[in-house]
Every structure is written in C-alpha cells, then in structure tokens.
Design a protein. Structure first.
Length: 94
C-alpha cells in the first residue's frame, strides 16, 4: 500500500509501480496505490495499476504542499491504524 498526490509525487509513485512490475511482477496484483487527487489517479490508472481515488476533505492544495496538509497526516495515521487493527500483513511505503 502506498499513496500519492499528483505532479512530481505521482511520477515517483508511478516509478515505484513500474519497478514492481519489472522486478517482482507477482507482487503487482497486491499493489494498491491510494490517489489523493484526480491527477495521480489518472496517471496510475492509465498505466494499468490499481489506484483508489480518495480525496481528503481539504484536498485543495494537498499536491502543492503535502507536508503541511493536516488531513493528509490524519489519513496516513488512519490507514496504518486500520491495517494493524484488521490484522492485515501490509508493507506500507510513504
């Protein structure tokens, strides 16, 4: 599981996904990328990767300065807490 916004961060997520496809193709079917905006979702989907579009409540500006977006940090915490509480074995890449 990983997440991204569009722009340069979307390109980095695409690079990660393409590396998985090339180097460990059996893992690709388990790779899930949570896209926090339409740009990221479109980019990843157009390359055939599983992308779940999830826009945070205050997604405006998330791609411009994601390090300062409080909703983004809360989202990361909730995702990791949910995976742990469900007992899912997940490799989370931030």
């Amino acid at each position: 599981v990983t997440w991204t916004t569009g722009g340069e961060f979307g390109k980095m997520a695409l690079n990660l996904a393409l590396s998985v496809r090339r180097n460990v193709p059996d893992l690709e079917k388990s790779l899930c990328i949570i896209s926090l905006d339409d740009d990221a979702h479109g980019l990843l989907s157009s390359h055939g990767f599983t992308s779940v579009l999830l826009r945070p409540k205050s997604s405006e500006g998330a791609g411009k300065d994601p390090w300062q977006n409080d909703e983004l940090w809360k989202f990361k915490y909730r995702l990791m807490a949910s995976l742990a509480s469900l007992g899912l074995g997940a490799f989370v890449v931030d």
